[in-house]
Each structure stands twice: as structure tokens, then as C-alpha cells.
Design a protein around this ligand. Structure first.
Ligand code: TYM
Length: 300
């Protein structure tokens, strides 16, 4: 049987890259599969604020956003990682950096996950999980499925300020990253300032024209149209006008989600309850697998 697992760091409201690279797939997969787990990875201390109050708020904001995107706690287990784990609590700073991919492999394998919907930047991390699964199976007998990545068509959304790098929450340039809760004004501003090149025509060629191609990818992804259809719509527009078309499509797509985020953010106790219920179910699922791992290894 298939088991879907994925996670997100609680850096607050997700951005366009998180949504198009991963969360949109999460929503589709919960409809198709019967065993689906999504986790707020609050114990991976890579890019996380250390201030407890900020972290607590970010966890709730991330949860509200994921639910607003269409994740349904009746169709999947949505939980906080820290409600699950006792080990590795002190993996801070450099140790955190070193152990991060190993922890991520453990997250995935603990549920015998078969598929992991992620953006392209997580593929290397996933390969470590695959190696560990294979290594374990060789030593102790076939036990773990080797987890496969599920990538979306927009597996890598680029920064709006520098199309050579991915869109990232930690980007110091405010205009580089579009949050899915940004206001229409903010969205227009960020797309208006998006870095393209000196050719005014709209074409799709990620290698030679990464900036405008990133806009075309975003446009296609949020409208559900193909690249070809989007290019057809852009016929005759210069990049400056096209940026406003893309901004408008992003505003349209996220307007209902943005409203829903605001509503959910006001219901803290609901958010906390969703995460707690999810953790209960995830624990139940993991417990026998964890016992079996301990037995196979000889810890008991
Ligand atoms: P995180 O929180 O950085 O990102 C969450 C998801 O969003 C994807 N993503 C992108 N996709 C396309 N374009 C982008 N610019 C972009 N930026 C982010 C990421 O690939 C990811 O799928 N290490 C993970 C969290 C994690 C995890 C796990 C994921 C911890 N354990 C186990 C899967 C399985 C992370 O930091 O994601």
C-alpha cells in the first residue's frame, strides 16, 4: 500500500514556492491515497527562530495556511513533529545542520512511507533516506519501502529578485518571495519589480531566460493552464505588461485562501486541536513500526 509523507518547516505563512512545489500536490494526494501524513517540522532547527513565542506563532500560522490551502484533517494526519519525538532534542546549530538530513530520513522511514511529495530542493535529502532504507533492508531483511519523490511540474520556483536562486523564506530581499497571504498591493509590487532581462517579448526558455520563464511557470501553475496556453495568452504583451497579468492571476488564485487563513488564525484552539489529534493518530501508526525496528536491530 502507498503511504504519503511530507513536511514543512514552520517559518510562518508558506510562499509561492512551497505551495506550487509541494502543498498543491499534498492537497491532490490526500484525495487519491488512504494513508497520508503531513508534518509541521518544528524540531528541525535550520532556519527557525529560537524565540519560543515566535516559534509558537509560526507553527499556528503555518497550520492555518496549510488548512486554508485545502488540507483536510479528515483525509490525512496533520501533526507537529515535536509532539512525536523525544530523541534528538538538542540538535542545535552546527549539529542541527549535520544531522538534519538524517532526521529527515527518520521522519520519512518511521511511517514506512512510500512516497514523499516535495520540491526539487529536497531531492538530495530524500536520496539519503533511500540509501538508509536500502542499507537497513540489506542488513536486517526487507523492511522499509524505498521512498520515492513526487515532484510537481513547478518543482522549483525562483526568487523574483534573482532567478538564479530558488524562492526562499530566508531570502533577505523582501521583494524576492511572495507569501500566499500577501495583499494584492504587495503581490503587484513584487511582480512589477521582478527581475527579467532586456528582451521585451514573453517566451519560455528557462536556460537562457530564467526570469521571464519563472513568471510563465507561475502563471501556468496558478491558472492550471499549460505553458503553451499561457504563452498564447501573452502574445503581443511586453514583459512589463505580462508581469501585471501574472500578478493578477496570483491575486485571483490566493484571494480565497488568504481569507481562509485569516479566519483560521483567529481560531487558535481549533488549530491546536487539529495538530494534537493528528499527532495521536501518527503516534499510533508509528508505534508498532518503531517496535519492529528495535526488535530487528536487536535493541529488544
Ligand atoms: P521547507 O519548509 O523548506 O519547504 C516545504 C516544501 O516546499 C518546497 N519548496 C519549494 N518548491 C519549489 N520551489 C521553491 N522555491 C521551494 N521552496 C520550498 C520544499 O521542497 C518542500 O517540499 N526539509 C524540509 C522539511 C522536512 C521534510 C521532512 C520534507 C523535514 N522532514 C521529511 C519531507 C519529508 C524543508 O525544509 O522544507
Amino acid at each position: 500500500v502507498d503511504r504519503i509523507f511530507s513536511g514543512i518547516q514552520p517559518t510562518g505563512t508558506p510562499h509561492l514556492g512551497n505551495y506550487l512545489g509541494a502543498i498543491q500536490n499534498w492537497v491532490n494526494l490526500q484525495e487519491e491515497c488512504s494513508s497520508v501524513l503531513y508534518s509541521i517540522m518544528d524540531m528541525h532547527s535550520l532556519t527557525m527562530p529560537k524565540e519560543p513565542a515566535v516559534l509558537r506563532q509560526n507553527i499556528l500560522d503555518t497550520t492555518a495556511a496549510i488548512l486554508a490551502c485545502g488540507i483536510d484533517p479528515k483525509k490525512c494526519f496533520l501533526f507537529r513533529q515535536s509532539l512525536m519525538k523525544r530523541a534528538s532534542q538538542n540538535s542545535e546549530g552546527t549539529v542541527g545542520l549535520l544531522t538534519y538530513p538524517v532526521l529527515q530520513a527518520a521522519d520519512i522511514l518511521l511511517y514506512k512511507s512510500t512516497h514523499v511529495p516535495v520540491g526539487e530542493d529536497q531531492v538530495l535529502h530524500l536520496e539519503l533516506a533511500q540509501d538508509i532504507a536500502q542499507h537497513f533492508n540489506k542488513k536486517y531483511g526487507e523492511f522499509f519501502p524505498v521512498p520515492k519523490a513526487i515532484l510537481s511540474t513547478t518543482k522549483k520556483i525562483k526568487s523574483l529578485r534573482d532567478p538564479a536562486v530558488k524562492m526562499s523564506k530566508s531570502d533577505p530581499q523582501k521583494l524576492a518571495t511572495v507569501s500566499i497571504a500577501d495583499s494584492p498591493d504587495e503581490i503587484v509590487l513584487k511582480f512589477r519589480k521582478a527581475v527579467t532581462d532586456f528582451t521585451s517579448e514573453v517566451t519560455y526558455d528557462p536556460a537562457s531566460r530564467p526570469g521571464v520563464s519563472n513568471l510563465v511557470s507561475i502563471h501556468a501553475a496558478v491558472t492550471g493552464l499549460s505553458i503553451k496556453e499561457v504563452l498564447h495568452q501573452a502574445t503581443g504583451l511586453d514583459t512589463a505588461h505580462y508581469k501585471m497579468v501574472v500578478a493578477e492571476s496570483v491575486i485571483q488564485k490566493f484571494a480565497p485562501i488568504r481569507n481562509e487563513i485569516k479566519k483560521l488564525q483567529e481560531d487558535k484552539s481549533y488549530l491546536i486541536k487539529v495538530l494534537e489529534d493528528g499527532a495521536e493518530k501518527a503516534k499510533e501508526l508509528a508505534a508498532p513500526i518503531y517496535q519492529e525496528i528495535r526488535r530487528l536491530v536487536g535493541f529488544q
